[in-house]
Write a protein that binds this ligand. Structure first.
Ligand code: ARG
Length: 669
């Protein structure tokens, strides 16, 4: 057990002896000390316990400390201030843990005492369109969680819930039937399918903008302008708060109008510039060929829905087109998974559940969970204005119905204790309703969790888009990150005092590892629930909380080995005593043995960024150590051996930690 877990478990027992309250709530108040003067760990629960028990807090602290025996691993324990308990680990105990980390597998981190079965639903792109920046978060967060939970000893089942059955197939089926260029399809099926997808999308968007969005916005614009004019020409109220309200109203109208203007007419001044709907429509109309196509396919939106519906109804032609297209689309996505080193245990896409949907609705009806409403079948839930629709008026099933079938399937086949859905925050309501329905349906034993995440923003603070306003393709993103890393690696190598060490192919392969690592890490080091701004400069950088910084530190240790002609294997096989000659060494040691705590922390709320922060702090400490404690030229052989062991532990902790984030390391960079 790691130190924090050990302390918590012992205090949990003690708390139960002094109070009837659940100890859980107090255990969060046991933390690593922020300041070395207060020992290594602080137990701060005596204050709230004291209030609860109506006893002086210092007395409660003393009582707890009396009950808890820590002298087998703490050198010092004391009550301080109003009732803090400060614990200082025994150096020999730390050294013992270091040796275990050095010689045991998994860096000495224990396996979960009660392993759980955890299903992780992640990545799950809608195929038939290229993977874009929006897919990166689910893919890397889900993969990292899978790796971390497995490392901790849980039984993890990953499942890629591909969107392989939706309207996007209706789109390429319609596109194929109407616009295909056979020769192009022969030559490169995926490129032709993507062209078809874009073509159909463009015509749909054209009609949508021209006939729906623009007229609606223009009428809003006229109304708001009129209202604004009225307000502006009206007399400003003399009373202070009324005047303020008046100004506020004008301000808010102006803001709304500005947003509408921007949507309609764009903004060239912005970086990247915003292209307005008027210009988009005009660009189609300026191209006679496109205009003719658009006019010829004026009902395209409905037609696409019809193609989708007949695919679902088992229409032979559409089914065979779907069977032809799916592997082509899937293979395209595989290129990205291969590059990112992402694997799944299962890939039950939406189509997999199609035949089960009727039964799902039937079962919900039988159990009187769902009922008819305006022709549709719905589940009404407390606390929501709108029901969850499980079958539409026209008989079609929905995303929700498929998700219910998925829950049933996973329960029947895998009986998970936990099911994680790594999906962006916009689907919050979908999952809240889904889980509520699942509970009513009888699946109330499994912890169903939406692992929500924020949006990736561009420099303008809006969702990251290309200059043309399209979503950013993932492949291009990976290529750019790798190219920037190639420049970084080349520059670093060119500046090597001993002259460049890496040939071009080596630089390229190092850049692949560094670039993809940088991209993943930029995402994983953020609190998943926040939005973050995408920046190559920040992520592909040796300074700051970045993957290249951690990878560089790993390579530095390998550099020490090379210089000293040292085989790390021998370090592991012949453990020597650890020495804490300086405070830096003890601090570094303490951080090293806290790896298991970082893993525990990640699992509380499924936040990989806590592992990233841990690794970053470790690397910062390693740098102080590296700058102040000579390793190869240490004063004595014993000190050299101890320091080499610390280096080896730093390197393997960085390597293992990064691997849990799905990121590799390189020996030289
Ligand atoms: N394909 C969906 C989308 O792109 C995400 C699926 C998430 N998983 C699930 N079981 N609903 O929005």
């Amino acid at each position: 057990m790691n130190a924090l877990a050990e302390i918590k478990s012992r205090f949990s027992n003690a708390i139960q002896q002094v109070s009837d309250d659940e100890p859980e709530q107090f255990l969060d108040m046991i933390r690593p000390a922020q300041d070395g003067r207060f020992g290594d760990y602080q137990v701060n629960c005596a204050m709230s316990l004291g209030k609860r028990l109506n006893k002086p807090t210092r007395d409660v602290a003393a009582e707890l400390l009396e009950l808890v025996k820590v002298d087998d691993f703490c050198a010092d324990s004391e009550v301080a201030g109003p009732g803090f308990i400060n614990l200082t680990l025994d150096d020999d105990w730390i050294k013992n843990r270091l040796t275990q980390a050095l010689t045991r597998s998994n860096l000495g981190v224990d396996q979960a005492a009660t392993p759980q079965t955890v299903v992780i639903d992640f990545s799950s792109p809608n195929v038939a369109k290229p993977m874009h920046v929006g897919h990166i978060r689910s893919t890397v967060i889900g993969d990292a969680l899978a790796r971390i939970l497995r490392f901790a000893g849980h039984r993890v089942i990953t499942d890629n819930h591909l969107g392989d059955w939706g309207t996007q197939f209706g789109m390429i089926i319609y596109g194929y039937k109407n616009f295909v260029n056979e020769a192009a399809f022969e030559a490169s099926p995926i490129d032709e399918l993507l062209r078809l997808y874009k073509q159909v999308r463009q015509i749909i968007d054209y009609h949508q903008a021209k006939n729906k969005t623009i007229p609606k916005l223009e009428s809003d614009q006229a109304q708001l302008t009129k209202k604004l004019d009225e307000l502006k020409s009206a007399e400003v109220p003399t009373e202070k708060s009324a005047a303020k309200k008046h100004r506020k109203e004008i301000g808010s109208l102006e803001k709304k109008l500005k947003e509408i203007d921007e949507t309609l007419d764009g903004d060239q001044e912005k970086d990247p510039p915003i292209i307005g709907l008027h210009a988009k429509v005009a660009s189609v109309e300026a191209d006679p060929e496109q205009l003719e196509l658009a006019n010829k396919h004026a009902t395209i939106g409905d037609m696409v829905l019809q193609e989708t519906a007949s695919l679902h109804a088992g229409d032979a032609e559409n089914k065979s087109l779907w069977e032809k297209f799916l592997p082509i689309c899937r293979q395209d996505i595989q290129k990205i998974y291969d590059r990112l080193d992402i694997q799944f245990d299962h890939e039950h896409g939406e189509s997999f559940y199609h035949d089960m949907l009727g039964e799902v609705v039937q079962s919900l009806e039988q159990k009187e969970i769902a009922r008819e409403s305006e022709g549709a079948t719905c589940v009404f839930l407390d606390g929501y204005d709108t029901p969850m629709i499980v079958r539409k008026k026209d008989g079609a099933f929905l995303y929700s119905t498929t998700d219910l079938a998925t829950i049933k399937y996973r329960m029947d086949h895998w009986s998970p204790d936990v099911a994680l859905y790594v999906v962006d925050h916009r689907q919050h309501e979908h999952f809240a309703k889904l889980f509520a329905v699942a509970e009513k349906w009888g699946y109330d034993k499994t912890d169903l969790r939406h692992i929500s995440f924020g949006t990736i923003l561009g420099r303008d603070g809006k969702p990251f888009k290309t200059r043309e306003g399209d979503t950013v393709g993932l492949e291009g993103l990976l290529n750019t990150a790798v190219q920037k890393s190639f420049e970084l690696v080349s520059d670093l190598d060119d500046k090597n005092p001993e002259g460049p060490q890496l040939d071009e192919p080596t630089r390229r392969s190092v850049a692949e590892c560094v670039g993809l690592g940088a991209l993943k890490y930029a995402d994983l080091s953020q609190n998943r629930t926040s939005d973050y701004t995408f920046s190559y400069e920040k992520m592909v950088n040796l300074k700051g909380n970045t993957a290249p910084y951690l990878q560089y530190s790993y390579a530095r240790v390998q550099g020490i080995y090379k210089k000293g002609n040292i085989d790390p294997q021998t370090i592991r096989e012949n453990p020597q005593p650890f020495l804490f000659e300086t405070e830096i060494e003890r601090n570094l040691a303490l951080q090293l043995i806290r790896f298991g705590e970082a893993i525990d922390e990640v699992m509380v709320d499924y936040k990989p960024n806590l592992l990233a922060s841990y690794l970053y702090e470790l690397t910062e400490m390693f740098h102080s150590f590296f700058n102040q404690c000579p390793v190869l030229t240490a004063e004595t052989e014993e000190l050299k051996a101890s320091r080499l062991q610390l280096c080896e532990l730093v390197a393997s902790t960085i390597k293992t930690g990064l691997s849990l984030l799905g990121i590799g390391v390189v020996d030289r960079m």
